[in-house]
Design a protein around this ligand. Sequence first.
Ligand SMILES: Nc1ncnc2c1ncn2[C@@H]1O[C@H](COP(=O)(O)OP(=O)(O)OP(=O)(O)O)[C@@H](O)[C@H]1O
Ligand SMILES: [Mg+2]
Length: 354
Amino acid sequence: MPLLSLEAERFRGLASLTAEFDPGYNLIVGPNASGKTSLLEALFFLGRGRSFRSRRLQALICHGQTDFQLVARVKSQAPSVTLGIRAARGSTEIRIGGKPARSVTELASHFPPLIIDPEIHKLLEDGPVQRRKFMDWGVFHVEHGFLSEWQRYHRALRQRNAALRTGTSGPALRAWEEEFVQSGSRLAEFRTRYLQELMPYLGAAGRALLDLDVTVTHQTGWAAGVSLAEALEASAERDRRFGLTHVGPHRADIAVRVDGQLARDRVSRGQQKLLASALTLAQLGLQDRVSPGKTALLLDDPAAELDGERLERLVALVRTLPVQLFVTSLRGDLAGLGTPGALFHVEQGQLSRA
Ligand SMILES: Nc1ncnc2c1ncn2[C@@H]1O[C@H](COP(=O)(O)OP(=O)(O)OP(=O)(O)O)[C@@H](O)[C@H]1O
Ligand SMILES: [Mg+2]
C-alpha cells in the first residue's frame, strides 16, 4: 500500500527528516552525496528490515550516534498503519500499528518495496546468493507456506552439518536427513513453480527493454534427473569428509538466458542492468497480481549508465506499472515519467518539498 509519510532520525547522513509522500510518483532530486540513495535505503529498510547496499547495520547509523529510528505511515484498508523501526548495534526493534512485530517479514506484508539501483547488474554478475534471495522474496509473496518450509529446511541443514562435523551418525542423523529431504523438495517445488509463473512477465519485460527473448530456469542445487534423497545419498561420502552438505536448495541458482544463451556470456554491462531490471519488473508484475496495489518501486538514479534510448525504454515500462514510485535523479528534468505528484530537493541530507 502507498507509503504516505516518513520520519527518519539519525539514519546515514540524513538530518532529522519528515516527509509526506504522493501515493503515485515521487521524484527526489539532488547533487551527488546529498542523500538521495540514503532516503531510498530508509524506505527499503521499512519494508525489508535490511539495506540494499550494506549488510552492516552500523553503516546505516549516522556517524557518532548509537541508533537510528524510522517511522512511516502506510495506507491500508483501515485508514493507515504505522511502521516503526529502532535499530542499534545488535538489536532491531520493529513495531507495527504500535505493537511489537515478531519478525521483519511482517513489515513486507504492509510495504513490500522493490529496488532498481545502479548496482542491479550484480544480480547477474555476482554469485548465486543474490539470485536465491531474489527468487525467495518472490516465492514468499506467492506461496503462503514458503517461509515455514524455508525455516524448516535451514534448521535441518544446520543440524545435518553439525552432525557431519562431530561424526554423529545413526537415527539422529537419519531423522534430520529425512526432514532435510522433505522440506528441501518442497522448497524446490515452490521455487520451480514461481519461476514458471514469472516467465510471461519476464518475457514481456525482456522484449520491452531489450528486444530479446529472456528466460529463466531453476537450478535446484542438485543434479537434474534424480531426487534430492538420491543426490544426498550420492554426496554422503564427500559430505562426511568435508563436514558440509554439498547438495540441496541452499546451493540453488537461476540460469538466465537471452535468445537461448546464458546471459552472463553475451550481454554488456548496460544490457545486464536492463536484464536485471526486467527480472525485477517481472517480479513486481507478479507480486502486484497476488497483492494488488501494495508494491512500491524505488528507482535510484535510473539515468546512470543507460544511454538515452535504453533509459526511455525503462521509463516507458515503469510508467505502465500500477505502483507507488520513488525516483531519484541528479537533475529535475527526468523525461518520460510525467509530472511527479511530489517533487523533493535534497541538499546535504536536508529534504524539502518543491
Ligand atoms: N552513517 C553515516 N553517517 C553520516 N553520513 C553518512 C553515513 N553513511 C553515508 N553518509 C554520507 O551520506 C552522504 C549521502 O550519501 P548518498 O549515497 O545517499 O548520496 P546520493 O545523493 O545518493 O549521491 P550520488 O548521487 O552520488 O549517488 C555521503 O556523503 C555519505 O558519505
Ligand atoms: Mg546515490
